[in-house]
Design a protein around this ligand. Sequence first.
Ligand SMILES: Cc1ncc(C[n+]2csc(CCOP(=O)(O)OP(=O)(O)O)c2C)c(N)n1
Ligand SMILES: CC(=O)[C@@H](O)[C@H](O)COP(=O)(O)O
Ligand SMILES: [Mg+2]
Length: 642
Amino acid sequence: MPDRPDTPLLDQVHVPADLKRLSDAQLHQVANELRAETISAVSVTGGHLGAGLGVVELTVALHAVFDTPKDKLIWDVSHQSYPHKILTGRRDRIRTLRQQGGLSGFTKRSESPYDPFGAAHSSTSISAALGFAVARDLGGTAEGGLGDAIAVIGDGSMSAGMAFEAMNNAGHLKKRLIVILNDNEMSIAPPVGALSTYLTRLYAGEPFQEFKAAAKGAVSLLPEPFREGAKRAKEMLKGMAVGGTLFEELGFSYLGPIDGHDLDQLLPVLRTVKARATGPILIHVLTKKGKGYAPAERARDRGHATAKFDVVTGEQKKAPSNAPSYTSVFGKTLVDEAARDDRIVAVTAAMPDGTGLNLFAERYPSRCFDVGIAEQHGVTFSAGLAAGGLKPFCAMYSTFLQRGYDQVVHDVAIQRLPVRFAIDRAGLVGADGATHAGSFDVAFMANLPGMVVMAAADEAELMHMVATAAAHDEGPIAFRYPRGEGVGVDLPERGEVLQIGKGRMVRQGSRVAILSFGTRLQEVLQASEALTARGISPTVADARFAKPLDEDLILDLVRNHEALITIEEGAIGGFGSHVAQLLAEKGVFDTGLKFRSMVLPDTFIDQASPEAMYEVAGLNASDIETKVLEVLGVASIGEKRA
Ligand SMILES: Cc1ncc(C[n+]2csc(CCOP(=O)(O)OP(=O)(O)O)c2C)c(N)n1
Ligand SMILES: CC(=O)[C@@H](O)[C@H](O)COP(=O)(O)O
Ligand SMILES: [Mg+2]
């Protein structure tokens, strides 16, 4: 291939094997072009920018040295995988990232053989890589064969318990396994915790000086078992690592820290590891999140996630908002409640901004706890806080709370501890797709004895639910609300404490009653207007509670209507199932009630705009209208038009 720096090289790289024909100098150029292409693509699609920019050189080096897809390269979270996608045959579709029918914003097995393991939740990569390593050694038959197993995990993700469970197991099994710790001293927010402090200590002083010299002198200075007589290198590395590192104590060889933006360090180190490694090895790589794009490097979150933007100015193209986000209403309301009650404390698992708790942390720093990416600990820590007489609000995204489920059951619910679960991103979330959809929380919370479960129909209702949770000391309580803007309703001065287990009548009609749980209420009201124009006037009620159910309201509705339809933005097994159970128990079905339950379909819905996802889910106003016509035996919208 040409060796002139003015000849574009990325165009000639269609699969990683093409990198192997390039000189190291040319790989530098590929990295520069890859960075520019990543910035250009994300400027068009929006998405996760900073993490990918931080691993451009690492991505090039890994693909130049290892033999993917036979070697299994596993990106933790995989929000940093856009450069990897560009190098692995997906460049022609990179501007479809996070859009319906386009590339996922994360690695996905069904998308490419170069994505051996899907992710989006953090800290799974070492476990998965260890699984591949063991499968390789025991004659497993993965597509494309089984070679090296390489996990790339960030410093934020490394703090999670699951990563240490995997290290513990790997150190014991002693299989050849490569873990690359990509340390950029950032999570979404600045990382917190003792591990973060420890990692900083590992390279305090002059981090790369000796190692750079060593790497440039090729492989001769790498530690055992990478080279015979590697005494000097070993001493050097040990010295840099302030004695035996935590990773060595866990049974890993430790290599580093090395400059993750310097291909002259990365390439020889990875080549040597590939040639010589025997057991588990951890390579500690230092990088900069947002590297090489000034607006990202400057941003508070280092460009972690961005809307579409102007490449020259870095200015983001955000749609103007018409109403406050649910997240901000939650954050502000909790700050207000906390001003009246100094027992209120708040817990987030590495998502202070995402959950709105940044407001709380600013106002009450000593009462707000960012536990890092550690949802399991966050839940049990909240249980401890509650047992200690405080009023913890454990604010987590629905999808991440899944990771703390046993803790919700075992540590909170069984002990009837009054932990308040603020469940954000409940329902479909759009571009992040199926991994981030908050589909299951109603089902997994409402089946727990003693758990109160609420869903806000709008932002004023959310304020009431925060107040209700603050006042509820009898046991655990949860309230859910979606991603994005509220409806734009007037907000009260302060939230009212709701009566536990009581819904509200929204619109009195006849024949059919629609019982809504959560924010689909707006679509229900829209459908009701359309139906009224057709001569059918539904009754509409807002259940507010999935647990305990408002039995009086429900039984009243079924007594006075020929049909009942429930609707929620959640999977099968949630609110509608609880209503069905009640109706079955009360023998209501024996009387011929027509009952339907509108829930998310029993599929994982891929990324798309929220509107498109609701269409796929069949939870829009027109779907509700159709459902009403169907249950009443009236011609459907389509039939009528035909
Ligand atoms: C279990 C889980 N909790 C929270 C998140 C949200 N999240 C996505 S990326 C991220 C930060 C990851 O930091 P790090 O691993 O250091 O990667 P970096 O972005 O710095 O490259 C967080 C908290 C997640 N994906 N999974
Ligand atoms: C990768 C990840 O898990 C987060 O960055 C997530 O994409 C944030 O989602 P929100 O944009 O809804 O906060
Ligand atoms: Mg990081």
